[in-house]
Design a protein around this ligand. Structure first.
Ligand SMILES: *Cc1c(COP(=O)(O)O)cnc(C)c1O
Length: 382
């Protein structure tokens, strides 16, 4: 589906000329290594023995009864470090190692990608610097401590709104100054080849679903921040009969002014070196997004999803903060599984649908809820 870095009209590499050699080097390395059997063997043995894959595809009987359908949960929450992000960071760290890179740069918002990157770097003994907005450092203290314990240097981005977008600018600047470093992006965003590469490393999710289910599901539902867990869950079903549903964060409501529903509110534009949908005002200024879940609090979306949206190959919805909280509590009480707030958005989509009893529905449970316990305590009055 991808041709020279474009999904239909979306994608590309809108980068400063100074970065062109870095990006071309990466494109070549990915094209060569990802087709080599030795590389794949190394990657898949790490996924098996270090991450704990395949993750279970769990038939949730209590949820199935509640919704009158066959509901399965893809348990990415059981991955090492508690979410799907480790699949991608391990793939990219292997690439970095084979490219002879001796330093890794990353940016993080909530710190989940920072932790997954610091984990991969500790494993491979490659030093890493993680850029993080000053405001996020203050509000995501447990993840900052995890990154530091893993040996990462955490650098505060102090410009602009002091959040993810500013950390991204700092990371790109650092990459320009240090072309020998490897820039490790955490979702299907950024310049080509990142969207394609991250989707490829995450595609193990749908590969496993296919084998575990042994039939084609009627629906696959996944939450969408940048879109990597959704891309991984959709990948091998994109041209099938399966109805693919991406769930964005509506925040306090799509029209509340406090939302992160990029496809509902956005228009095409260039964000983080890629042409896709983004939340922007008439002057092209990026709008500050809002979601109760830090992992979905992003004003852009990967170009693959922009293409799936426009071609109707996937459907996109939006779930509010409150609906996600309710769905998290419902899943916890029915199945004894505390989900990440991001994943709770995907769960909440079930409440919006009506099913036939024979419908097979797979929800990608992208992460576990430990990191969100302070938010749950506050809003669920625990
Ligand atoms: C980061 C994160 C997300 C959002 O990122 P995507 O690239 O859209 O998958 C979703 N769920 C969890 C648990 C996360 O940590």
């Amino acid at each position: 589906m991808i041709s020279k870095g474009y999904y239909g009209n979306y994608g590309g590499a809108f980068i400063p000329e100074l970065l062109r050699p870095n990006v071309v080097e990466l494109q070549k390395a990915f094209e060569t290594l990802s087709t080599q059997e030795a590389f794949k063997t190394e990657f898949y043995s790490l996924l098996r023995d270090y991450v704990g894959r395949p993750t279970p595809l769990y038939k949730a009987n209590n949820l199935s009864e509640r919704f009158g359908a066959q509901i399965y949960l893809k348990r990415e929450d059981l991955c090492h470090t508690g979410a799907h992000k480790i699949n991608n960071t391990l793939g990219q760290i292997l690439l970095a190692k084979h490219m002879g890179k001796r330093h890794v740069i990353a940016e993080t918002g909530a710190g989940q990608h920072g932790v997954a990157t610091a984990t991969a770097c500790a494993l491979m003994d490659i030093p890493c610097t993680v850029y993080m907005g000053e405001k996020d450092i203050a509000r995501q203290a447990p993840n900052v401590a995890r990154m530091k314990m893993l040996g990462a240097e955490v650098v505060a981005a102090t410009s602009g709104s002091k959040t993810l977008k500013d950390a991204t600018n700092e990371a790109i600047r650092a990459w320009i100054n240090r072309p020998d470093a490897y820039y490790l992006i955490g979702s299907v965003v950024g310049p080509h080849p990142y969207p394609e590469m991250v989707a490829y490393f995450q595609s193990v999710i749908s590969d496993e679903i296919k084998k575990q289910l042994n039939q084609v599901p009627d629906y696959i539902i996944a939450c969408v921040g940048g879109g990597s867990n959704a891309a991984g869950a959709f990948y091998h079903f994109i041209d099938s009969e399966t109805q693919l549903i991406g769930v964005e964060a509506a925040g306090e409501g799509v029209d509340s002014g406090k939302s992160a529903a990029t496809l509902a509110l956005g228009t095409p534009g260039v964000l983080h070196a890629s042409y896709s949908y983004m939340m922007q005002n008439e002057d092209g200024q990026v709008l500050e997004p809002h979601s109760i879940s830090a992992g979905l609090d992003y004003p852009g979306i990967g170009p693959l999803h922009a293409h799936l949206f426009e071609t109707g190959k996937a459907q996109f919805t939006a779930i509010t903060d409150q609906e996600a909280l309710d769905a998290a509590l419902q899943l916890t009480r029915l199945e004894g599984i505390i989900p990440a707030l991001e994943s709770a958005h995907a769960m909440a989509q079930l409440d919006k649908m009506t099913f036939a009893a024979t419908d097979i529905v797979v929800v990608n449970l992208s992460g576990r809820g430990d990191k969100d316990m302070s938010t749950y305590s506050k809003f669920l009055d625990l």
